[in-house]
Each structure stands twice: as C-alpha cells, then as structure tokens.
Unconditional design. Sequence first.
Length: 136
Amino acid sequence: MILSIIDGISLRLDEYFGDDYKIYLEAVEQGVRTPCFFVKHEETMRKKLIGERYLARYKFDINYFPKNDKHEMLSHAELLEDCLGLIELPDGDLVRGRGMRFSIKDGILHFYVEYVMILMAVGVKDFMGSMDYRIF
C-alpha cells in the first residue's frame, strides 16, 4: 500500500507542477536538479479493527528544494495543500490527505501529510469443509 500511495503522490505532483520539477523517490548523493521534490515515507501505523479490518495511517514528508528563495517555498506550501489534498492510487481509489502542515528548515520546505484508510485483510480463510449427516 505504501508504494501505491507514493505512486499516487508522485503522479499528483507531476500533474500539478509539470515537467519543470524533478521528483525523487530515493536519496541522491549528487546531481540534484532544482526545483525538485523528494517523497519520503515517515511512518506507518496499523490498528486492528473488527474482523479482518485495519485502520492504517501513512505519514509522509514531501521535501521541496526551491530554485530561488523562501518566498517560493511559502507559495509552494499552499499549492501543496491543494495538490495533495486528494490523490488517486494506481488502482483508481481516491485517498484524502489529512493533518497537512509544513515547516522550513535549512532552506528546505518540509510538507507533512497523512493518508488514513481502512484496509481489509485478504487471505485464504478456512471454512468448514463438508459435513455428513443422517436424518432419523
């Protein structure tokens, strides 16, 4: 599921900002082209609900490296709220972003977003096999 959300975030960023912005999914040691985004998964929490259902929370830190200055980061923070408020997963499901907030540290915009969903465990269930009976 995490990879599906990362794909959804990446596709939405590309759709919203276009080809002028590079999107990285892994750490790059050198040759980073700005402006760019780094999509980083921060944390996952799963809580068992009734039956085979789970409440899942996926937290992400979207880093934005600007081409120019702090003003650019502030305007992009507001754009990211619109952009990542609703993403489409590769299977077509829509997921709403929650708890969005941002901070600027060391010249990098950190945009935090959380995606919450209820998942159903899929697996083979052992149902009762056959039963023989006689009526008297």
